[in-house]
Structure formats: structure tokens, C-alpha cells
Design a protein. Structure first.
Length: 278
């Protein structure tokens, strides 16, 4: 079965380019055999595209912690130069978490980026952001997140983009869909999101959500212990980095900076194994 008619064919060449931050880089879906030690939903989408129709090429320019301005400055022109068939974009989530972000200015800059990408004629996929319930500390950001999501929906309609409305996915209310930092998806979360993207594109796949037992009841003592661990391991370091003006992505490069031909069998891990043995 071939891929959906949503995906144009440019002279027989099909190129999928993913832009963004940690969400698209794959943080939370660990894999020691792949670049930057992660896999993620975008790799999974690339592999299913290649399985449905051999010959797909894939580049992932996303790097954790990048703000919208970094994505524009560092990822836009390289992406355009690849003449993509399919582009995915999630950008602005880190800006929402920054102190003093003006959501109207942010969304004007976001629209300018969307307009450039849509003008390529490639199929463009946009995402809303999920309302992550991690702590009352982040509740003041909820209004910003809602404004961001509404504008993304409007822009998807305006520019004819495919919308993956992440905000609406009930499955992500299960804490097992999230990594230990509670801000990034777990392996299960990335697999589920890959399935949603593929469904929206009309690409066949067999990814299914794991059937879990109902979550075990947590005692107050265990809950308090988890909260302390989370604050010590993730919250304090996050705010510390913000105060120092550093990010986890400062010394990282894109995982797949140039289009690679995705093997139909064995996926990107097979590609890495082949490059090491060669």
C-alpha cells in the first residue's frame, strides 16, 4: 500500500524534514544506538513512511531547548535547501516557559515561519501543545498555552497545514506516557504520537497503544517522596539553567542534519549499524 495523496511526489524523490526542539528531537525516548541517545516519534514516522513506500529520505534538525528564534535562524534555511516533500514543525513551547514572553509577538514570528514553510508546497504538519499537569508552579502558563494552541489551529487552517491537535489526546493524561521530568514524552508517548501523525497523513502502520493495568494507588508518603525527587532532579536544575542562560542543547548538533535514505527493513538503527561496521 502506498502513501497518502497528502504527500506530493517531486520527481520520484520524497524527503521528510522535521524542525523543532526536544519534542521533535525525541527526548524521553532513549536509544543508545541512535544520534543524541534518543529515538522519538519523528524517527518512527520516517520508518513507517519508508516501509509504506521505499525511497523516503529523512532529516531531523530539531535540538532540545531551542526557542522559536533559534529554529528560524538555524533550521529554516537548511530545511528549505533540502526541497522537502513533508515538513513537521513544533516550535514555541520553550518560549512559553520563558519569563516575559509576549505571546502575540511570539505568534507573529511563528506565523512568519509557517508562511515560509507552506510556500514550499510541501505537506506541512503543525502541532498544538499539551496541557501538562506537572505542578501548580507552572499553572500561570496555562493561559499562554491556550492562546498558542488556538493560534496554531487558526494558522493550520489558513495555510492548509495538517493539524495534529496534541492538546486533545486523552491518552496523555496517563502519567506513564511521560518521562521522569514530566515535561517530555516517554517511549510510549512518542510511539502513540507517531501513530497520530501517521493517521493524520493517511500512512498505514501497526503502532498500537500498550494496554496497561490501571495505575497503582499511591500513598501520600510515596507521592511526597516523588514530588521531592522531581523538584530536586528537574525543577531546580531547570530554573538554574534559566538563571545562568544555558540550555541542555547548547553543545548538541542535529540528529540527522542531512537527508538519509531510510531502510525499509530495520529502520534507522540498521542504518547506524551499517555506518559503524563500514
Amino acid at each position: 500500500m502506498g502513501v497518502s495523496s497528502l504527500l506530493p511526489d517531486r520527481g520520484g524523490r520524497r524527503v521528510f524534514v522535521a524542525l523543532g526542539d526536544s519534542f521533535t528531537e525525541g527526548v524521553g525516548d532513549r536509544s543508545s544506538r541512535l544520534p543524541n541517545g534518543v529515538r522519538g516519534w519523528a524517527d518512527r514516522v520516517a520508518e513507517k513512511l519508508a516501509k509504506a513506500e521505499p525511497g523516503w529520505e529523512y532529516a531531523n534538525l530539531a535540538i532540545r531547548s531551542k526557542r522559536l528564534r533559534h529554529i528560524v535562524d538555524e533550521q529554516l534555511e537548511p530545511a528549505l535547501a533540502m526541497e522537502p516533500t513533508l515538513i513537521t514543525l513544533y516550535a514555541g513551547g520553550n518560549d512559553i516557559l520563558d519569563f516575559g514572553t509576549d505571546i502575540n509577538i511570539l505568534m507573529a514570528q511563528y506565523e512568519a515561519l509557517v508562511a515560509r514553510l507552506a510556500a514550499t508546497g510541501a505537506t506541512l504538519v503543525l502541532f498544538t501543545g499539551f496541557d501538562v499537569k506537572v505542578s501548580a508552579v507552572l499553572e500561570p502558563l496555562k493561559k499562554r498555552n491556550a492562546a498558542y494552541n488556538q493560534r496554531v489551529r487558526e494558522l493550520a487552517a489558513k495555510y492548509g497545514a495538517v493539524l495534529v491537535d496534541y492538546w486533545c489526546f486523552e491518552a496523555f493524561h496517563d502519567r506513564r506516557m511521560w518521562d521522569s521530568d514530566r515535561l517530555h514524552m516517554s517511549k510510549a508517548g512518542h510511539k502513540y504520537l507517531a501513530a497520530q501523525v501517521l493517521d493524520n497523513l493517511g500512512v498505514p502502520h501497526k503502532i498500537t497503544l500498550k494496554e496497561w493495568e490501571p495505575p497503582a494507588r499511591v500513598t501520600l508518603r510515596d507521592w511526597e517522596r516523588r514530588q521531592r525527587r522531581w523538584v530536586n532532579d528537574w525543577v531546580f536544575p531547570l530554573f538554574g539553567r534559566k538563571l545562568r542562560g544555558v540550555t541542555l542543547g547548547d553543545n548538541l548538533s542535529p540528529r540527522w542534519p542531512r537527508p538519509v535514505k531510510v531502510p525499509r527493513k530495520g529502520g534507522l538503527k540498521k542504518l547506524m549499524d551499517s555506518s559503524r561496521s563500514g
